[in-house]
Design a protein around this ligand. Structure first.
Ligand code: ZN
Length: 161
């Protein structure tokens, strides 16, 4: 079977049922199966659904954005960080850095003490069990072009980039 392009809406909540994110205010998310665009556990669940079907998908932290890894918390002197455009470094500020494997890793400033800054390289949702309430809006075969590009071209297959 050809890889599918799945358009879906989702509401993401944490273990306590608190809303984290939702696609409902905008367009559905469109993903190409097998392209690694979304969490594998979520994709697996979506691929069993048909158009119009809904499902609650629960992912443990380890199957979502990983456990919180204390090794990804680093302390660096302020002077080593790039200049912050238009102001002062603040808590919650994020820096991007590229790992040797070419992945983009985001570090969030969690503490500033004098000239020492604490950065957390964990995904903001690391360590959290997540619940996705999904609804499949559209599902179709991927086009040749999409397969070549390795990403979906919108719900209708038209080029959007
Ligand atoms: Zn493309």
């Amino acid at each position: 079977m050809k890889p599918q392009v799945i358009s879906f809406h989702y509401n993401l909540t944490d273990k306590a049922g608190k809303a984290i994110e939702s696609s409902r205010k905008g367009e559905p998310l469109v993903c190409l199966e097998g392209a690694g665009q979304i969490l594998p556990g979520l994709e697996e669940a979506l691929s069993t659904l048909k158009k119009g079907e809904k499902k609650t998908v629960k992912l443990a932290a380890g199957d979502a954005y990983g456990e919180h890894d204390a090794k990804l918390i680093v302390h660096v002197p302020k002077s080593q960080l790039p200049e912050v455009e238009g102001g002062e470094l603040k808590k919650g500020f994020q820096f991007q850095s590229e790992t040797p494997e070419g992945h983009v890793q985001i570090f969030t400033v969690t503490e500033i003490k004098d000239s020492q800054v604490t950065l957390d390289g964990n995904h903001p949702l690391a360590g959290q069990d997540l619940t996705f309430d999904v609804e499949v809006m559209e599902i179709r075969d991927a086009t040749e072009e999409e397969l070549q590009h390795g990403h979906a071209h919108g719900g209708d297959g038209h080029h959007h980039h």
